[in-house]
Design a protein around this ligand. Structure first.
Ligand SMILES: *[C@@H]1O[C@H](CO)[C@@H](O)[C@H](O)[C@H]1NC(C)=O
Ligand SMILES: *[C@@H]1O[C@H](CO)[C@@H](O)[C@H](O)[C@H]1NC(C)=O
Ligand SMILES: *[C@@H]1O[C@H](CO)[C@@H](O)[C@H](O)[C@H]1NC(C)=O
Ligand SMILES: *[C@@H]1O[C@H](CO)[C@@H](O)[C@H](O)[C@H]1NC(C)=O
Ligand SMILES: *[C@@H]1O[C@H](CO)[C@@H](O)[C@H](O)[C@H]1NC(C)=O
Ligand SMILES: *[C@@H]1O[C@H](CO)[C@@H](O)[C@H](O)[C@H]1NC(C)=O
Length: 614
């Protein structure tokens, strides 16, 4: 086995100001690629008195397994086993694992979690092992190593790949869940718009990445996740400044990630494109931290068929992200992890029902909900009927225009919802982005590079939006806020008020279908980007500040011109609860999984798994 180990590379990066930083190396053992953390977990033996054998040409490093109380099953690490909790006076040779002879050494007095390590045979220090994976979907922009002091550095490893980076994840064996660390060992990606201490971010833009220094601190919400034990393994590609890009022409700065579902060449949706792609593609990733201004979480959840939540606006402080409409949430395949992650992320602003079950609303509405006359309609209306059964409710159709005609506030002066809110979204985002992001960015860029007054190449969507915003008077912003507030107050009073019972929270649950169950291939030629005018059901939560989440339901067959075969694409539902009632959504998802109404989606070509096409 040792002869088959091939030492792959070592990198010592010199860091100005400090002396140098050891970034360490990667190794191939029995055809699996590993990264050896440069951060020691502790000294497990006295190198003088130990004769463990290093990998030939492995700089004195030997693969070992530490068994503190649990077991290991990674054969490449079984040549040497350190056993804690029992007294072993002399090293012995044992066959603990089927047909594998191990050199067994007693582990004395140190606290090293069980699992595989590389021991430095010169010093006796044990270095944690990360398994390396190829980001073949192109979902990540940077690979990260999280240090115990809460900083990040690039994970300096590259396995075999074609135009993609390599991500390292620590062995799951190191972690044991505790009350204080409910997310211990949960592997998460973070959208590359959030500050992480020690890292630069791109915001989906190369000029931005080049211009600004690394962040000095990690944003509060993400620090909450880390404090709960989550491991941040990489930054994930957003579309530019989180505006939304359509593959592949709009992606002028970074190449568009791949959607694993169906024929493997569909749009991931954006702006949380890398996050959606990764949660649909990689079994080794549990969670992605994402943001939603006008659909950036719900779109990728919808077309990749995973759970995702746009939370109540303002649930968490948004340092470094756009304030007016932005929200921060998750994409995940597992509603159990979703619930725990929400509780950690939103701190006191989220009451988990894990220990005291909610008393669910008994009212259920279908907003422009399809009938069972198509395969998509059958899945959606079947879910609505099952949910109604589960809640002891009936599905009642909801017609927002009719309700508005009946009870619109006088200030709306007889305007329809479509008239009132037609330009509200684009006014708010274009004015916010130009004022809070573009103007400072351009100024900083010009200051650094006198030859150019603006960054060289932005994607068409933000440019079109900003230029539309520049043509609007300053007063349009206040008018947009007034229109948004009018709708918000009406919706939250007349359509979806809170329930008087705190265990129920939301007076009702509203189902709608955003965009789901269709093909949107990445090999199309595009028209110039359209501006986001007009009201749609996806904007209800944006204006009314309610949570809006996505549940994956099933799949329908659609003919793909790429494979010349029928392929399955996901069908998902959007679920809206009253403002502040986020807690019931993940709990309901868990309860519906337990009741067999929902299924946990798998990674791969289909929600049932299967090899991703390429
Ligand atoms: C981090 O701190 C240094 C030193 O105080 C400062 O020069 C730098 O601009 C800060 N970086 C950011 C992103 O704020
Ligand atoms: C909870 O929400 C409030 C109001 O939006 C916000 O100010 C606060 O920072 C949030 N708390 C946490 C822990 O995020
Ligand atoms: C299903 O019914 C809706 C209205 O009830 C109609 O708009 C739609 O065209 C029908 N779809 C099919 C496939 O028949
Ligand atoms: C929405 O605004 C756009 C741009 O001003 C306009 O072309 C369109 O007709 C408007 N639609 C409605 C329903 O008012
Ligand atoms: C606000 O609503 C009025 C209708 O009451 C509409 O004419 C106007 O275009 C809207 N403006 C924005 C920015 O939403
Ligand atoms: C696609 O499939 C059809 C039916 O099987 C076949 O007739 C056709 O030649 C195929 N087209 C290509 C480009 O392979």
């Amino acid at each position: 086995m040792i002869n088959r180990a091939i030492f792959l590379g070592i990198l010592i990066s010199f860091v100005a100001a400090r002396n140098f930083e050891f970034a360490c190396c990667s190794m191939r053992l029995q055809d699996v690629h590993y990264f050896i953390s440069p951060l020691s977990a502790g000294r497990v033996c006295d190198p003088q008195s130990s004769d463990i054998k290093p990998v030939r040409n492995g700089l004195g490093l030997a693969p070992v397994t530490v068994v503190a109380e649990s077991e290991s099953d990674q054969p490449a690490f079984l040549d040497t086993i350190f056993v804690g909790g029992v007294k072993i006076s002399e090293p012995t040779t044992e066959t603990y694992y089927t047909s594998h002879t191990s050199f067994v050494i007693g582990l004395s007095g140190i606290q090293v979690p069980s699992g595989p390590y590389f021991v430095d045979t010169f010093t006796g220090e044990a270095y944690p092992v990360f398994r390396l994976y190829d980001d073949f979907a192109g979902a990540f922009s940077q690979s990260l190593l999280q240090t115990p002091d809460g900083h990040f550095q690039p994970l300096s490893a590259q396995g075999p790949s074609s135009g993609s980076i390599t991500i390292g994840v620590p062995s799951r064996l190191y972690f044991t869940q505790t009350k204080e660390k409910p997310l211990v060992g949960v592997r998460s990606g973070v959208k590359d718009i959030f500050p992480l201490a020690g890292m630069k971010r791109s915001n989906g833009n190369r000029a931005w990445y080049g211009l600004y220094p690394p962040a000095n601190s990690t944003s509060i919400a993400i620090q909450n996740l880390i404090d709960a034990g989550a491991i941040i393994v990489g930054l994930q590609k957003p579309s530019q400044f989180a505006n939304g890009e359509t593959p592949t022409a709009d992606w002028v700065n970074y190449h568009a990630p791949f959607n694993p579902r169906g024929d493997g060449y569909q749009d991931t949706a954006s702006s949380s494109a890398g996050a959606g792609s990764s949660i649909g593609s990689y079994e080794w990733l549990d969670l992605a931290v994402v943001s939603d201004t006008g659909g950036s979480i719900r779109g990728p959840a919808g077309v990749q068929g995973v759970f995702g939540n746009r939370p109540t606006h303002g649930l968490v402080s948004l340092d470094g992200v756009m304030p007016t409409l932005d929200t921060v949430g998750f994409l995940t395949r597992d509603p159990y992890i979703w619930d725990i992650a929400n509780a950690a992320f939103y701190g006191g602003n989220f009451t988990s029902y894990r220990h005291q079950p909610p008393s669910y609303p008994r009212r259920l509405h279908g907003l422009d909900f399809p009938t069972a006359n198509s395969s998509k309609g059958r899945i959606l209306s079947g879910f609505a009927a099952n949910l109604a059964d589960f809640l002891g409710a009936r599905v009642k159709p909801l017609d927002l225009d009719k309700e508005w005609a009946r009870s619109a506030p006088a200030q709306a002066k007889g305007q329809s919802i479509a008239q009132l809110l037609n330009t509200t979204y684009i006014t708010l985002i274009s004015k916010d982005q130009t004022r809070l992001l573009r103007d400072r960015f351009y100024e900083d860029y010009a200051g650094n590079r006198p030859r150019w007054s603006t960054p060289l190449c932005q994607s068409p969507p933000p440019l079109a939006r900003w230029s539309w915003g520049d043509g609007q008077p300053e007063s349009a912003y206040d008018e947009a806020i007034a229109n948004k507030t009018l709708f918000m107050n009406w919706f939250n009073e007349k359509i979806l008020p809170p329930s008087p019972n705190p265990q129920t929270c939301s007076s009702s649950i509203i189902l709608h279908t955003d965009s789901t169950g269709y093909l949107y291939s990445r090999n199309r030629y595009l028209n110039p980007p359209a501006l986001p005018f007009t009201f749609s059901n996806g904007l209800i939560s944006v204006f009314a500040e309610t949570p809006d989440s996505v549940y994956p339901l099933g799949e329908i067959p659609v003919f793909s011109a790429i494979t010349n075969h029928t392929e399955l694409v996901p069908v998902t539902v959007d679920i809206i609860a009253a403002r502040g009632c986020d807690s019931i959504i993940a709990q309901l998802a868990k309860d519906l999984v337990a009741a067999g109404v929902l299924a946990i989606p798998r990674t791969g070509k289909s929600l049932q798994g299967g090899e991703i096409l390429r």
